[in-house]
Write a protein that binds this ligand. Sequence first.
Ligand code: GAL
Length: 436
Amino acid sequence: MFSLALLASLLLTCHRADALNNSVQKLPRLGYNTWNAFACNINSSVVLGQAQIMKTSGLLDAGYTAVHLDDCYANLNRTDGKIVANATKFPDGMKNFTNSIKALGFETGIYSDSGWLTCGGYPGSFNNEATDVETFAEWGFEYLKYDNCYIPFDSVTRQNELGRYQRMAEAIAAYAKKTKTLPISLALCEWGWQQVQLWGKTVAQSWRVDDDIEPFWSSIASIINQASFIAPQSDFYGHNDLDMLQVGNTVNGGNLTIEEARSHFTAWALLKSPLLIGTDLKTIGKDYLNILLNKEIIAINQDPVVGASITPFRWGINPDLVSNSSHPAQYWSGQTQTGVVFMLLNTLDTPAPLSFNLTESWAIRAGRQYHVRDLWAHTDNGTAVRNLTVTVPGHGVAALLLTDAGDEPASAGLENECAVWSQCSTHNGTRLDIPA
Ligand code: GAL
């Protein structure tokens, strides 16, 4: 006998048959990655220092439960065919390093490459996939970011990109089977070219959708534009990875304003991207830290019932469905376990009113009214009937959660309204879109 709960969980796990479900990483991964703040200047005390701050600042409690090493942790050459951790950077060895990270309460992640070398010139895993999976697992890592530099000639691979990533996915699966352990979570870093979102989900739990992010509004807007066309590819067990969070980062002279950082964080979270902090937490300002700690936004990213991303229902300044990296889609919505979430982006430099009819979103029920919750102000803002207008600062965002508040009031005089006028008719066939 099927219980309803079992049936519901089967439906949820099965509804994306094209996603790789090997029981790991149902939800987007939340944590820290070393690259954007430290590049190759990493060592165990730098990373442990960041992990400590994750804990004391409340980030761990807020759900950022992983700490990932990126490139440059290894010796330049393999020894006896194996990748070796650099003893100057990790004097106690990698196993002790991951033990220390785990003792603080975190999961761990590491980095390699599907070519001969990593992008920083360290050993890549091509042709050494099985050996390296074993090394990474023995070191204690549960997650692997897998890059795309220094790729072998076609005469060597006789494969496309998918083939090189498949080799690692297969090595991970084989190791898990042999050791009866959970597979390492695989994160593709392929910069989003060649339709990676279509094949990425057959081998991995996440796939990058664009080039490296930078702490400038132009970079944020451009990634949101790219993501607007592929947002539906994210769901449980497979996520568009919009790249690391630049909230409060000052590398290369960049810095997002608070409004820009809020837009960045809202978009990444609601599009169900992994949320990997790429900032030096020793220098992050309190205002920026508070953005990363927005629990109402994180809860939507980590929704255990709805895996789908928000999607645009109207582009706004830019015509619908047209790519524009300065003016990406502005009006977005999606379902959550508690209501319908709206993200309204102001891509202009100055404040602007953003208005929409509620039923422009597929997730809204016509003829109903909705309680409005502001997910940044953390206030309840009354009830919306039919439409909403919000004034949003330049490069800023409004994130609103609408929950059903029953039939709209008759006093509003809204009888005979239609969410969709075309074909809307009285019972005897008088059409509202055709004048009598
Ligand atoms: C890039 C990647 C970055 C970082 C870097 C390391 O290809 O996009 O996120 O991992 O390589 O060298």
